[in-house]
Design a protein around this ligand. Structure first.
Ligand code: ZN
Length: 277
């Protein structure tokens, strides 16, 4: 049996793209902290000699093409996080297709390669948006990592598979759901975002170790802004506050700890066998 690999990704978007604070941001656009937050992530990844996948929005690529180029030249995978960070049910099929075509062209122009991967903004593929897979397949995408297999209200469903699967009959496109920890009949989200920030590092480590022992890979998802305690405070709901600000201060240390204990690779390497790595 080959060793179990783990995978790491960052959704590169503006900190105010979150559904909880989208409408509440105030004059924050100049102070977007992209340069600072990406530098911080690069420093942590370099310290552990780790390459990651960056799911990047078109708006970020438009404003910071050189940052994306630099990430690509340093061996990180550049994948698509759509163009405008709009949820798929709001976009609808036609606008989703337009956004994805544009995003694909932007990535190709910056990196010289067609992107393989896509992540839906705010996990917005629910069972009503499975049409998105056909569009992704037609545009040459090889995988999506857009399902949250735990019901969280705003997004996710406990009915989704936990392991990577092929959502289309006549295509090899795969969907890589984000990893929950399964205990009894319960799925516990832990592998990214606010769950990664809330849970203690030793518990995250324990979940990962257990999953790897069970032969399951862990797919991590983080955001560069989650490593930026400088992000401006905006008035929002309690849930919005926790989702946006909780644990940001300690996140760098936590990721450093996890990267010290586990090896990670970019999502695209799921298509490579161990001997090709
Ligand atoms: Zn996002």
């Amino acid at each position: 049996m080959g060793r179990v690999r783990n995978f790491i990704s960052f959704d590169l978007e503006f900190w105010y793209d979150s559904e909880f604070i989208k409408d509440k941001k105030k004059a924050s656009e100049e102070n977007d902290l992209i340069v600072e937050s990406v530098n911080r992530i690069k420093r942590i990844l370099n310290a552990h000699n780790t390459k990651a996948t960056f799911f990047v929005t078109g708006k970020i690529m438009e404003k910071y093409p050189n940052i994306i180029k630099d990430l690509s030249q340093n061996g990180h995978e550049i994948a698509s996080h759509g163009y405008s960070h709009t949820m798929l049910n709001e976009l609808g099929r036609d606008d989703f297709e337009k956004e994805m075509e544009l995003s694909r062209e932007m990535i190709k122009k910056i990196t010289g390669e067609n992107p393989r991967g896509f992540r839906a903004p705010s996990w917005s593929i629910s069972k009503d948006e499975f049409w998105a897979y056909k569009i992704l397949d037609n545009l040459g995408f090889k995988y999506s990592s857009s399902l949250f297999p735990v019901n969280m209200g705003l997004y996710g469903s406990s009915k989704f598979p936990v392991l990577p699967f092929k959502p289309l009959e006549n295509s090899n496109l795969i969907e890589i759901p984000i990893s929950p920890f399964e205990v009894a009949n319960t799925r516990i989200p832990f592998s990214g975002g606010v769950y990664f920030r809330i849970l203690p590092k030793k518990l995250i480590s324990f979940f990962m170790k257990k999953m790897n022992e069970r032969g399951k890979s862990v797919f991590l998802y983080l955001h560069p802004w989650e490593f930026c305690p400088e992000i401006p405070k905006v008035k929002t709901s309690l849930v919005g506050k926790i989702t946006t600000y909780y644990g940001v201060k300690n996140n760098e240390k936590k990721l450093d700890y996890i990267l010290s204990n586990f090896d990670f690779c970019p999502f695209k390497t799921i298509f490579l066998s161990d001997k090709n790595l």
